[in-house]
Structure formats: C-alpha cells, structure tokens
Design a protein around this ligand. Sequence first.
Ligand code: PMT
Length: 402
Amino acid sequence: MITSKKILVCVTGGIAVYKAVALVSKLTQAGAEVKVMMTPSAMEFVTPLSFQAMSRNDVYYDTFDEKNSQVIAHIDLADWADLVLVAPATANTIAKLANGIADNMVTTTLLATKADVWIAPAMNVHMYDHPAVKRNIEQLSKDGYSFIEPSEGFLACGYVGKGRLEEPEKIVQLVETHFSPKELPLKGKKVVVTAGPTREKLDPVRFLTNFSSGKMGYAMAEAASKLGAETILISGPVAIKAPQNVKLVNVESTEDMFLAVLNHFETASIVVKTAAVADYKAKEIHPQKMKKKEGEVTIALEKTTDILSELGKRKTSQILVGFAAETNDVVHYAKGKLKKKNADYIIANDVTEEGSGFGTETNAVTLVGKNDIDIHFPQTSKKELALQLFRMIIELEKDETL
Ligand code: PMT
C-alpha cells in the first residue's frame, strides 16, 4: 500500500530515537521511499549513519549544507514528501512548531511543507501532562496537524506512564491505512458549498456585512472533496485559503452569490448553504461617498434575495442543506426554516455557545431534517464536524438519491 510513497521522517532528540531507526527500517521494508532529517539533539543519541543505512538515502541535519546546488534542500524535501512523520517529537520541537519557530532544519522544513504532518510525541509523563505542552498540542491540532498519541508503559526516565513513542509497527500500520484506497461515497457527485459573508455596498467605501470567517463553509467544501465529490465553493470575501481540489468562485454581494449558485444548481447533487448571507441591502447605493452630516442618518434597506428559499422552489433531485445561525430556541427556529425554505436539512448553529459559530475553529450543531430528524453533533473542529455532517447526510440519504 505504501510502495513508492515518499515519507520524510523528522527525528528530534529524545531517548526514543532508537525506535525511530526501527520505524525507518520498517517503512523502507514496506516499500516506502524514506528520507530522514535530524535535529542536533537527535544526533546526540544516534548518528545519521544508522538512518542512512536503514533508509538507503542521505540524512539531512544542516540547513546550510546544500548537497545539491540546483535546489534548496529544506524546501525541496518539504515539497517532496507525501507525508511527514515527526518521531519522536520532543516537547521542545512541539513548542517551536506551535509558535512558528524555524531554527533548525527540521523546524524550518515543517513550516515549509504542505504535506500532512503527523507528530508522535515521546517524553516523560509529567512533561506530557504539562499545561504548556498540552496547550501547544491543542494549538497544533487546531492548525491541522495530526498526533500519534504516545502509549503507556515504562519510560526511560524510570517512571511508568504515558509518554512512550508509539511502537514502530503500529505507526507503519497507521501509515498504511492512511494511504489505502479510501471509500469515496460522493464520487461522481457534484457538491456546491457557499461560504463566508456577503457584502452589500452602501457607497464606494462602505458596506453591510457580518462576522462570518468562512471557516465552516471551507471545511464543508474540504470534506465534500475528501469524500470524492466534484466540489464548487462559492465564497464571499474571506481571509482564508481555499482547500485543495475545489473550484473556488469568489463573489461579493448576495445577488452575485445567487447567480453563481444558479449556475451550478441544475447539475448539483447536494447544495450546502453555509454562507451568512446579508438579509438586507441598501435600497439605493450612493454613487459617491456619503458625507458626514449633523444628526441622525437613516438608510433605507430592502430585503436581499433569499437564495435558499429560491433554491427550495426550484429543486428537483438536489439535496438542499441550509445552516441556521441562531441565538435562542435554536432547534425550533431551524425546524421552521426547514419548512419555510423547503430545504431537506438545516444545520442549526447556536452562535452564543463558547467555541461555536462565527470565527471559531470549533463548532457544535444540530442537524434537523425531514422525518423529524434531530441529531446533535458535540463540539469538535469545524473540519472534523464537516466530515461527520456529510457522512450522516450520506447515511440518511442512502436509500434515496445518493
Ligand atoms: O464562517 P464561520 O466564521 O465559520 O461561521 C460559520 C457560520 C456561523 C456562518 C455558519 O455555521 C452558519 O450558521 N451559517 C448560516 C448563517 C445564516 O445566515 O443563517 P440564517 O439563519 O440567517 O440563514 C439560514 C439559511 O438561509 C442559511 O443557509 C443561509 O445561507 C440562507 N440564506 C439566508 C439569507 C439569504 N438572503 N439567503 C440565504 O440563502
């Protein structure tokens, strides 16, 4: 399964480095192409020669030792890898990465890579339990890094507890599962996701908008794409990067978003309206900047097109999923919107809950749908939640259109 997969193993300085030698050996035996990078402290435990012999490749440890003048080694390796394993990962390297510090070849490469990075911590039980280490691990999880939890047992420091580098066999197994062909339940389907806020101009320098960061919608698009769908992401103005393998359509106003969605609606299997669409727009956009005046100013507003309702009227076989940002009686209002907008599902989002709603990395929602479906999804990262929501909708629809 991992034949020809390019795996960069970053070894940092802890006693578990000896296990990393076995890990590199097993990955190579399983057919992977393995390259190893070491921190200076890792080399206090084992010499690069051991890793060179096991990987049958040069070992990298000096950012300034450019072996090939055609490339810059740490960028080249960062781009080369299909997967980066940091094993063992010390508290020190975890802290550096969590804070964006790049002071050796390993940390510099970790900041430069776009590949998935898995971190396998190994340290003393009390160090692993330290609030600073926990904080850094939490930050890195939010940043999208994955962790291979240490196992429990005898530690080199004499303690018994959690902190042992996971066994090399187990890590190889995880890598094999990662590269095994995935179930792609949305293969051959087109999914349209809207995300972010819309902007309604008042004059050339002012507009009405809201606090949507786009994170939930972008996570929905990423999940759809990971599950195999051809994914169209129609986004209002946000400051985040689009996930890989999705077609991004940038829009500004509600009307732009409506037209962009209509463009793809007929051929879509699922439409997910995560966007926080402005409900009102100025009746008249001032062609020049409005001048400050004494006293109150009244701006006449009118309703924007309710895109979800319009799609509800037009839908044929499409599964229509709306979101509902609410501050009270969340499920009750979501059920009302489900009916009123003729949607198949509404994902009710209590935006007053800490760690949920606008701008946060995490979210908790309730999926309401036809046949009185009412399923709560507890707080987790928006990326994980998006996958859970799609999987649930696919399960609920498996006897129908999907
Ligand atoms: O972007 P983030 O910072 O990650 O925040 C995520 C989120 C809070 C924006 C998201 O989880 C969410 O709840 N999105 C829906 C917000 C919203 O506008 O809710 P609403 O109750 O006003 O609208 C209900 C549904 O109708 C939504 O699917 C909305 O896209 C749609 N709508 C609303 C108004 C309108 N004119 N046209 C629409 O299509």
